[in-house]
Design a protein. Structure first.
Length: 306
């Protein structure tokens, strides 16, 4: 099925439908992220219970009265449709005999090389590093479901989720197959795995965290971009610049890619919340409410566990 373009009108419609629930979902962004503690040998920490904490809310009236302003500020781009299911499907990853994180990168690199000419032509992107970064962004975005499928209000990361019976997988038992075979992942999993691929591809990147979320920034075309594999969106600015935006700065440009979690039917990765969280992240970009930013070092996990 040919993906439909996401227009400003569509964003307005979706935004209005979630106004009545925005306070609830905004709580996700105010809780502490389940992430990695760089002070630990493997870079993991459990963090707070699930990040779904009640915090400062965006008042309903403010959302309604300023949504038209957000639509003026956001310049939403969509690249021409490609065969997302065949190119970025996790099926090929599951079938491959991948035994280490380095092998995982080699697999991803080979997949990119196989489709680079096709994507360069379809998307009219001739900068190889930018095209490669976008490829890895979409690939990681298709790896997991957005948290738990059944117990939606509990945390769900690769190491700890409803499929592990709420037991944290011991570090010594984790392999790259743990990441590949998991159906559930969180923003930390996405950000660090994308960061690993970008590092291996010699694309300058950094992992950033603000209350409730972790994502990446990548240096492409002589500027910083914000890449969020969790929501599969790419902002044409670093997040700090987005938060410092004023009317004189022009529009906030964001490219929205199709998301595997939004495909319903028998899709085990279907998660309706990802659509709401996309809206929240766009509103955060406009309303400057993400709080203090922290740049995180890449954990040693990918080097010490294979």
């Amino acid at each position: 099925m040919k993906p439909k373009k996401i227009t400003r009108a569509a964003i307005l419609l979706i935004g209005l439908t979630v106004v009545v629930t925005i306070s609830y979902y905004y709580g996700i962004t105010r809780g502490e992220t389940i992430g990695y503690d760089s002070g630990k040998s493997t870079g993991y920490s459990q963090g707070y219970s699930d990040g779904y904490k009640k915090g400062k809310t965006i008042e309903h009236w403010k959302v309604i009265n300023n949504l038209h302003y957000a639509l003026r500020v956001l310049k939403i781009k969509n690249l021409p449709a490609v065969e997302y299911d065949s190119i970025f499907s996790k099926y090929h990853l599951l079938q491959a005999d991948i035994k280490s994180f380095d092998h995982f990168y080699r697999f991803a690199e080979q997949r990119f090389k196989s489709y680079s000419h096709y994507l360069e032509t379809k998307w009219n992107i001739h900068d190889k590093k930018k095209l490669e970064a976008i490829f890895y962004l979409n690939m990681i975005s298709a790896m997991w479901g957005f948290g738990n499928k059944i117990n939606k209000e509990k945390k769900g990361c690769v190491r700890f989720n409803e499929n592990t019976n709420w037991q944290t997988i011991p570090e010594e038992k984790i392999t790259v197959r743990t990441f590949i075979e998991s159906e559930i992942g969180c923003c930390s999993d996405s950000a660090y795995l994308l960061g690993y691929l970008l590092d291996k591809a010699d694309i300058k990147q950094r992992v950033i965290r603000f209350p409730g979320h972790v994502l990446n920034e990548a240096y492409l075309e002589d500027r910083w971009y914000t890449l969020d594999a969790y929501t599969n969106m790419m902002f044409q600015s670093r997040w700090q610049d987005i938060q410092n935006y004023d009317k004189k700065s022009g529009e906030i440009t964001v490219t929205i890619f199709p998301h595997h979690n939004l495909l319903s039917g028998e899709n085990p990765f279907y998660r309706e919340k990802i659509g709401h969280y996309r809206i929240i992240l766009l509103l955060q970009a406009v309303y400057k409410v993400t709080g203090k930013l922290q740049y995180l070092p890449m954990p040693s996990f990918f080097q010490v566990i294979h």
